[in-house]
Design a protein around this ligand. Structure first.
Ligand SMILES: Cc1cc2nc3c(=O)[nH]c(=O)nc-3n(C[C@H](O)[C@H](O)[C@H](O)COP(=O)(O)OP(=O)(O)OC[C@H]3O[C@@H](n4cnc5c(N)ncnc54)[C@H](O)[C@@H]3O)c2cc1C
Length: 496
């Protein structure tokens, strides 16, 4: 493509969903992706390769807040992090869009309401073929269109767990999932959370959105093409993007969808004389308010009860999502992890293989998730060309309380042994917030349609723009925002 109408940087959840929305317009759309397409490999379903050897992890290091180098669990490939995701495609709750107090701080809410995004949530659920139901979870916000498919069924041992949780007063419900379970299992008997999707069994950004976009002749994908710098003219308009191996690519509209850490880093690296603090950064908010959820793995065991599940990730409960149960502040969401197996547990704990296997065969593995609150000092910066991620956790007390409640419930549900461990800080799976959306250009980076306040022809469409992390997985909300931005671009930029 010699000259595009739109350049989208990054083919993950935000970028690919936007490409699918813009494709029917006939405008020339160029998707510039740093990674390559994943192809099937023997490591795809090998837990030791994935969790022990970090086979798919990037050849890259970032610095943490103490200037210690680490290898982040951030994936660069066509489809981005969604190739590895757990495909839990959950809407933020209506309450998440409003300001509300938390145990240690407060959540500022959104500049748009749930109702303004609802129609885009429906479209995102259809694009990603979500399997779910809106009739089980009392916190599920209203749906104007039903889920396109019924939920993925519990495996027998998870169905038994669901009954047990019910009996101790909880309200288990089905996790909305973008997974074609038969197709996934036909390629290997493993769970899908953190496993790469090369069989098409997971609905990810590449096969659900980008594939649709690429059916149009006006859409092109450039892989192995890392954007290095955005180039702005003196009047503030974006002229193009410097791309490794391709020089300067130009388009009247540029969309940044490189993920919350990389999008912020690219804006900061693109500083020039007119914008010395980086592009889109008159507010000094680019890179700030980094959030990543407070998460723990909780393993519930009964020595005489086996868990024969393969994938396990079909059950969640939100009994403590909007309050602690006594009218106090929200604590968070609990859902099942993809099934932990012996090799996964051994690689994460250094337990001998046989002990890890013994435990994993008996454990039901929960994922407790609490809201991380925006804090301007929790931030991505770039130092000497290197990314520094100084994540300042917030609201940890609420998370501890959530884990304590979970442990107490599962003990009563018949599991005498309950172990827990917080997730590794170096895994920025739910990264967000670094180019926050807002109506006020002095304290936000993009407007309510994800357009930069400072540069009219620059949009940011990925997890960066989320003003809050809520306590549910982010991908569906990123997709819904991309669909909303796509409509806005068509109405305002392509109308002529
Ligand atoms: C193991 C794992 C499990 C997860 N499970 C879930 C889940 O169950 N549910 C859920 O909602 N979310 C889940 N997530 C999170 C979810 O995958 C992300 O929230 C989502 O993919 C973020 O979308 P994005 O568009 O912001 O970024 P990404 O999807 O990461 O896309 C960014 C893209 O930009 C590319 N890129 C980066 N820099 C450049 C550059 N300079 N030039 C060109 N291209 C560039 C990257 O290669 C990538 O393709 C999970 C994540 C992980 C890692």
């Amino acid at each position: 493509m010699t000259r595009a109408d739109v350049i989208i940087i990054g083919s993950g959840m935000g970028g690919s969903t936007l490409a699918a929305t813009l494709a029917p317009s006939g405008r020339r759309i160029l998707v510039v992706e740093r990674g390559e397409r994943l192809v099937p490999s023997p490591q795809d379903r090998d837990p030791k390769a994935i969790f022990g050897d970090g086979f798919f992890r990037p050849d890259e290091t970032w610095l943490d807040g103490d200037d210690k180098s680490f290898n982040p669990g951030n994936y660069y490939c066509v489809g981005g992090n969604s190739k590895f995701y757990g495909a839990a495609l959950i809407r933020y709750r209506r309450e998440d869009f409003q300001p509300r107090p938390h145990m240690s701080g407060s959540s500022p809410g959104w500049p748009i309401s749930y109702d303004e995004l609802e129609i885009d949530y429906c479209a995102a659920e259809h694009l990603y073929e979500v399997r779910g139901t809106d009739s089980e979870d009392p916190t599920e916000p209203p749906h104007s269109i039903k889920y396109p498919h019924l939920p993925v069924a519990d495996e027998p041992d998870v169905a038994d767990l669901r009954k047990r949780l019910n009996q101790v007063g909880l309200t288990p419900s089905s996790v909305p999932l973008g997974v074609d379970i038969d197709r996934w299992l036909a390629a290997g008997q493993t769970t899908w959370d953190a496993f790469p999707n090369t069989c098409g069994g997971k609905m990810d950004a590449e096969n659900s959105a980008l594939a649709k976009a690429l059916q149009y002749e006006n859409v092109e994908l450039l892989t192995g093409a890392q954007a290095r710098k955005l180039i702005a003219a003196e009047d503030g308009s974006l002229m193009g993007v410097e791309v490794e191996g391709h020089g300067m690519l130009q388009a009247p509209l540029i969309v940044l969808s490189a993920g919350a850490v990389q999008s912020a880093a690219l804006l900061l690296k693109s500083a020039n004389e007119t914008c010395p603090m980086g592009l889109a950064n008159r507010s000094d908010q680019v890179g700030r308010n980094f959030m990543n959820h407070n998460c723990s793995a909780v393993l519930a065991l009964h020595p005489l009860r086996r868990n024969r599940s393969i994938y396990q990730k079909t059950l969640m409960f939100n009994d403590y999502y909007n309050s602690d149960g006594n009218g106090g502040p929200p604590l968070g969401n609990i859902q099942m992890l993809g099934k932990i197996t012996g090799p996964i547990l051994a690689s994460q704990t250094k337990l001998p293989g046989w002990i890890a296997k013994l435990i994993a065969e008996r454990s039901f593995d929960f994922y407790a998730m609490s809201e991380d609150l925006p804090n301007p000092e929790s931030r991505v910066t770039v130092e000497g060309g290197k990314i520094r991620l100084d994540w300042k956790r917030s609201n940890w007390e609420a998370h501890k309380e959530l884990v304590a409640r979970l442990k107490s419930h599962v003990r009563r549900a018949g599991f005498p042994v309950v172990l827990s461990r917080p997730f590794d800080r170096r895994t920025p799976s739910h990264q967000c917030g670094t180019a926050r959306m807002g109506k006020n250009p002095t304290n936000s980076v993009v407007d309510i349609f994800c357009r930069s306040h400072d540069h009219r022809n620059l949009f940011v469409v990925d997890a960066s723009v989320l003003p809050t992390s809520a306590a549910v997985n982010p991908a569906l909300t990123i997709a819904a925002l991309a669909l909303r931005t796509g409509r806005h671009i068509i109405e305002t930029e392509f109308a002529a």
